[in-house]
Ligand binder design. Structure first.
Ligand code: CA
Length: 225
């Protein structure tokens, strides 16, 4: 597995590289955004680790550029020292699949990297799922609401799939972390809420009936009104 690390701080980049190599990943480093974009377009990477605060072009712009150039499939994990909800949403909005706040524990980074690089191993006999007027094609990776296509990131797609497979059942944040992020510990962040709201904005905004409902103190449920 090849990972591109775009991070200007030499010591941080070296630390990440060493740790990932110990886990058997092949690491390519870029120390600025422009180089990162060039490498991303040339190399066949399984994941990009992208720092937000970079000299010149920042991580958000780098992420947008990589996505605009049509490479929408490579997972992007954003590293941020900022960590406020607005920054996180801006990161996700620019096309990142996940984020990690600095300083982070290496164990946590590895867990995220594993979850993001894991190929979908779900053996589904049925490649199409539907609830109300929402349709999901698991092979073509497409989502339609009322016949209109909706663009989701890989993480949002998995989250929606998890919700649909558990339709009518209240799922907790821990359930979601375990099944969608595939981590068995609490990340101690509001990442689930951020993603659920993001998904909601894409599938429920402007729709006649809402599908994703909040159960205060318990979690979320996807159901028809
Ligand atoms: Ca930096």
């Amino acid at each position: 597995m090849r990972i591109l690390v775009i991070e200007d701080e030499q010591s941080v980049s070296a630390f990440i590289r060493k740790g990932l190599e110990e886990q058997g990943y092949e690491v390519v480093q870029a120390f600025d955004g422009t180089t990162g974009i060039r490498l991303a377009s040339q190399g066949d990477f399984h994941l990009i680790l992208l720092d937000i605060v970079l000299p010149g072009m920042n991580g958000l712009e780098v992420c947008k550029t990589i996505r605009e150039r049509g490479d929408s499939s490579v997972p992007i994990l954003m590293l941020t020292a900022l960590g406020t909800t607005d920054d996180i949403v801006a990161g996700l909005d620019s096309g990142a699949d996940d984020y990690l706040s600095k300083p982070f524990k290496f164990k946590e980074l590895i867990a995220r990297v594993r979850a993001l690089t894991r190929r979908s191993t779900v053996d589904v006999s049925k490649s199409k799922l539907a609830v109300a007027d929402l349709e999901m094609d698991l092979d073509a990776k497409t989502v339609l609401r009322n016949g209109q296509p909706i663009q989701l990131t890989a993480r949002e797609f998995h989250l929606l799939e998890y919700f649909i497979r558990n339709r009518g059942k209240v799922v907790s944040r821990v359930d979601i972390l375990e099944n969608v992020w595939e981590v068995d510990f609490d990340l101690g962040t509001n990442v689930v809420d951020v993603y659920v709201n993001y998904l909601r904005n894409k599938i429920d905004k402007g729709a006649d009936s809402k599908l994703i409902h909040t159960k205060v103190g318990m979690g979320y449920v996807l159901k028809e009104d």
